[in-house]
Design a binder for this molecule. Structure first.
Ligand SMILES: [Zn+2]
Length: 139
């Protein structure tokens, strides 16, 4: 299973479901596990950096692997359409809920006059960007 190859190279790996894990994102200076990993039944692996939205290519390269680790070997047919896997709606809702909380707390801090640190400001901007992208994808 390809997820195991990747998981063996990540730090602070914690299983969160039958085929889901979180780990430190190796593509940025991660201190709290923000890399979401999901193994699919066909062997493909989905990655998502919830903190900085790091590029998947950068994540696999940071642990010395290539994109091939995310896709199982399988015969390809010129007649088969590429499958597009998406995150399950429940996972997307959980992530959007977390980002909405971050943006909401940021709004409360700004309206109460509390100064925002640079880290807080960046977290709020990242969360807002992900929420807008998610809303765009949802149509
Ligand atoms: Zn990252």
């Amino acid at each position: 299973m390809t997820a195991e190859v990747l998981l063996s190279r990540l730090e602070k790996v914690r299983q969160t479901g039958r085929d889901t894990w979180v780990a430190l994102c190796p593509a940025h200076d991660d201190t709290r596990p923000s890399l979401a990993i999901r193994g699919l039944s066909d062997g493909q692996v989905l990655l998502f950096c919830r903190s900085r939205d790091c590029a998947v290519e950068d994540i696999v390269a940071a642990v010395g692997l290539t994109m091939a680790v995310l896709f199982p070997d399988r015969p390809t047919s010129p007649y088969s359409r590429p499958q597009r896997h998406r995150w399950p709606p429940a996972d997307l809702l959980r992530m959007a809920g977390r980002d909405a909380r971050v943006v909401g707390i940021g709004a409360l801090m700004m309206t109460s006059g509390d100064p925002l640190s640079e880290v807080d400001r960046q977290c709020i901007l990242d969360a807002a960007t992900r929420l807008i992208r998610t809303a765009d994808e949802a149509g």
